[in-house]
Design a protein around this ligand. Structure first.
Ligand code: AMP
Ligand code: MG
Length: 338
């Protein structure tokens, strides 16, 4: 299959919408990362996403809609869900709600709940409006790889597997949406994102964070969010995350870099001058900037052929929680506190 990568505009968006309506798979930009979309209510179309991504069938997809009204008949919208949608939609917030039988089991990997989101990226919204069906879309990477934040990343992973990529430039947020489970009494963050647990609590009155957000699952433990049990965001190189005061992180990074054969450093911009001629990449100067850059940097560092990535983390709270959740998984939980 030939994969067309086309700049987004009214015509290419219409072409993509036509492909989606015919049961094809199309990649498109959202404000978080690129998505790999198909008609969420078409069994065969959704199966084609799993095939293109090589995604395990037990990892459910997020269903994207153009507006709240499109949820009618798909899931049971609770009062808390309504409040959160009013506050944060369109935006990087995914809600888990009980599904109806209209949503095929393949979309939710057999779960009784469905994940729903209305993205705020103008291209995503225009596409959802044009195709008039809800679109199931996971991130547009091959399973296990870092999520794509540019059309070029999608092309790297999906070339020959899908007919079309809509190119809408760089994704603003850079990490996937916050996933909040609303099927219990208290909203629970299963995957942190740009909208923080504090943001959720400010609207819903209360919010917890699943313990598996910052630690590996125990042997035999059931994942509250199936995506969490799979290897994720993994660069090819081994990665270690270092956290602590800047001076300690700098010194330990230099020590480990010099002792290794082929390492690269990923650190906050303010630290970069301290590394002299060593190969070092910048991760911005705030958790928000790091979220925007992280997946792109993981791919860039892999391209150097390095075998070890020494990465500086953030405190795992507020906006830092989303970054550390991804870094922890990219590093297979090899986190060193200094
Ligand atoms: P992706 O869009 O690739 O980031 O994948 C969507 C993620 O949302 C999955 O990895 C799941 O962990 C989560 N998710 C989607 N639907 C459900 C659901 N019904 N229950 C729990 N988690 C879900
Ligand atoms: Mg993904």
């Amino acid at each position: 299959m030939n994969t067309l990568c086309v700049p987004s505009g009214p015509e290419s968006i219409q072409t993509a919408a036509d492909l989606l309506r015919r049961g094809q798979v199309v990649a498109f930009p959202t404000e978080t990362v690129y998505g790999l979309g198909a008609d969420a209510l078409n069994d065969a179309a959704v199966r084609a996403i799993f095939t293109a991504k090589e995604r395990p069938a037990d990892n459910p997809l997020i269903v994207h809609v153009a507006e709240q009204g499109q949820l009618e008949g798909l899931c049971h919208v609770t009062d808390t869900a309504k409040k959160l949608m009013d506050a944060y939609w369109p935006g990087p917030l995914t809600l888990l709600l009980m599904k109806t039988s209209r949503v095929p089991d393949v979309t939710t990997a057999g779960l009784p709940s469905v994940a729903v989101r209305c993205p705020r990226h103008p291209v995503a919204l225009a596409l959802l409006r044009a195709c008039k069906v809800p679109i199931a879309a996971p991130s547009a990477n091959r399973s296990g790889r870092p999520s794509p934040t540019t059309a070029a990343h999608v092309y790297e992973d999906m070339q020959g597997r899908i007919p079309m990529i809509l190119d809408g430039g760089n994704c603003q947020v850079g990490v996937e949406s916050t996933v909040v489970d609303l099927t219990g009494d208290i909203p629970c963050v299963l995957r942190p994102g740009a909208i923080t647990p504090q943001d959720i609590a400010a609207v819903a009155g209360n919010c917890t964070v699943a313990s598996s957000v910052m630690r590996p699952l125990k042997e035999g433990e059931r994942a509250p969010s199936p995506g969490m049990k799979h290897r994720h965001y993994a660069p090819r190189a081994k990665m270690t995350v270092l956290v602590g005061p800047d001076e300690n992180v700098t010194a330990e990074m230099i020590r480990r870099y010099d002792a290794a054969e082929n390492a690269v450093i990923l650190a906050h911009d303010s630290l970069l001058p301290a590394f002299g001629p060593r190969r070092a990449f910048g991760l911005g100067n705030s958790p928000r900037e790091s979220a925007h850059l992280l997946f792109q940097r993981l791919r860039e560092m892999d391209e150097t052929g390095c075998t070890l990535i020494l990465a500086q983390g953030w405190e795992a709270q507020g906006e830092g929680l989303a970054v550390m959740n991804r870094m922890a998984r990219a590093a297979a939980f090899d986190i060193v506190e200094l």
